[in-house]
Ligand binder design. Structure first.
Ligand code: ADP
Length: 475
């Protein structure tokens, strides 16, 4: 097994809205270091930064047929961290203000998925494994199985389909199957689920291996509580399902050399972190106080991030305890309003920054003492790993990848790299935040906990090996 083509809707550093971009931006590079010829294909969005756009080289211009439509497909490429990235250009589909959320998302990503397969002869790269990620590239797995079986070069390609979040499945009216998605009537049973066309279900049926982003989440999605209706098909496919914990790019998130934080620091000397804290307090207009614990959240403001627990008890903690709370996030209007109101009510203790800002996020990761992630479900979660890289101690609920990556601190054995709670319960969360803040007051003990957090290995070293084993297991 030598050649892998990653297909995804986003990847760092080119374009990102969430954790998927972190993974697609770093896993291929880790595989290349291990001798795999891993390449990536992405849409060329209108919103991609000019600084990357100017380095793109045109490979070829072709036309791609999907259903009755024949459309322009420009193939561009560039190299980053030793990985070749291909970009699919079609301004009609991808020159939009945002990546997702258009009425024709299904058609846009069906076209992208068709291009993933049709560019192969033109880039002179038929992979051994096509690794598709999430519903936007699910049609590529379906088309390969249903429509390309008669072409010898495509017959040899095996597929891995990774679920990064099962909540987003690509569900459409069955009436769109032929016209929009170009799926033949006789393949209806592959994509039909619960009376709809479900792209994720189709890819689950067609793929050779199914993976998800943590071992615990792989178990959770077998149950109705987590599977958003797909539990039956996941259980049917459990023979080919595995969970591999994501890593992060430990050079990009590195407190020792990160150019985006004011002061660098490492596990032997946290004095830079104290200065980062003072700098952030100053920048945000909070009282500059080294002794008050700064608790932060950096998150999409959607309900599965545990925000109803936060709404239930955070104000009580803020009113009674010595604490500063910083939120960076955007999302559902009710949560944005909740945090804005909290800031208005407690201007000396709370900052709610309602935007998406990568640089500010790093300053907050570096400056905080405690990072809160009380998710209801969390396929893997990256923020708990990122904060640890900056010696900010995570407080998490034991679900999905949070369960696999953070172990609760045990003051008797010195084991653990954060604080955790089991039940999705607001007062359990409150107790755990207070437990962490109690340790924070004991400087010597807290230093030990910070060291445990920053010393945890969240690199791709182990997980990239697991992916290679997964690819090899198909042949
Ligand atoms: P998800 O993929 O569900 O959004 P993850 O924890 O896996 O959650 O990944 C979230 C990523 O997005 C992290 O890198 C986090 O720092 C980043 N992020 C989330 N919200 C913001 C924001 N408002 N500004 C900057 N970065 C953000």
């Amino acid at each position: 097994m030598k050649k892998v083509l990653f297909a995804a809707a986003e990847a760092l550093p080119f374009i990102s809205t969430g954790g998927l971009a972190d993974v697609v931006g770093s896993l291929p590079a880790a595989l290349v270091k291990k001798g795999v010829d891993a390449r990536v294909v992405l849409p060329l969005y209108g919103t991609m930064n000019e600084k990357f756009r100017k380095d793109l080289v045109l490979v070829k211009e072709i036309e791609v047929q999907l259903s009755w439509r024949k459309q322009y497909c420009g193939i561009y490429k560039t190299e980053h961290n030793g990985v070749t990235f291909y970009f699919i250009d079609n301004e009609f589909y991808f020159k939009r203000d945002s990546l997702y959320g258009s009425f024709d998302d299904g058609e846009r990503f069906a076209f992208f998925s068709k291009c993933i397969l049709d560019i192969m002869p033109h880039i002179d790269f038929y992979p051994d494994v096509l690794h598709a990620n999430d519903w936007q590239t699910a049609p590529a797995v379906i088309y390969l199985r249903c429509n390309y079986g008669h072409i010898p070069e495509y017959q040899k390609i095996r597929t891995v389909y990774s679920i990064h979040n099962i909540a987003y499945q690509g569900i459409y009216n069955l009436g769109t199957m032929g016209d929009v998605f170009g799926i033949n009537g006789w393949d209806r049973s592959i994509v039909e689920y619960d009376g709809c066309l479900n792209l994720t279900k189709g890819a689950i049926v067609c793929c050779d291996r199914l993976s998800t982003v943590s071992p615990h989440y792989a178990e959770e999605i077998k149950t109705a509580e987590f599977a958003h209706g797909l539990q039956y098909i996941i259980n049917e496919s459990s023979y080919k399902l595995s969970g591999i914990l994501n890593g992060i790019d430990v050079n990009y998130y590195n407190s020792e050399i990160d150019p985006e934080i004011p002061y660098n620091f490492n596990a032997d000397d946290f004095s830079g972190k104290a200065k980062d804290k003072a700098a952030l307090q100053e920048e945000l207009g909070l009282p500059v106080d080294p002794d008050v614990p700064v608790v932060s959240m950096i998150t999409r403001l959607v309900s599965h991030k545990g925000l109803d627990l936060v709404e239930c008890v955070l104000e009580e903690i803020i009113a009674k305890d010595k604490i500063q709370f910083v939120l960076l996030g955007t999302g559902e209007a009710n949560y944005e309003a909740y945090f804005r109101n909290l800031e208005a009510k407690y201007p000396e203790k709370v900052r709610a920054i309602i935007k998406y800002d990568k640089t500010l996020s790093k300053k907050i990761y570096a400056a905080s003492d405690i990072f809160l992630m009380p998710s209801k479900s969390e396929p893997c979660g990256l923020a708990q790993m990122i904060c640890s890289r900056y010696a900010t101690v995570p407080v998490v609920r034991e679900t999905g990848g949070l369960y696999d990556s953070i172990r609760s601190y045990n003051e008797f054995t010195g084991e653990g790299n954060g604080f955790t709670f089991t039940n999705y319960n607001a007062h359990d969360m409150m107790y755990t935040i207070r437990r962490a803040m109690a340790f924070y007051r004991n400087k010597e003990e807290w230093n030990k906990i910070m060291k445990k957090a920053i010393s945890e290995d969240f690199s791709w070293a182990a997980s990239s090996e697991s992916y290679i084993e997964l690819y090899e297991s198909i042949f």
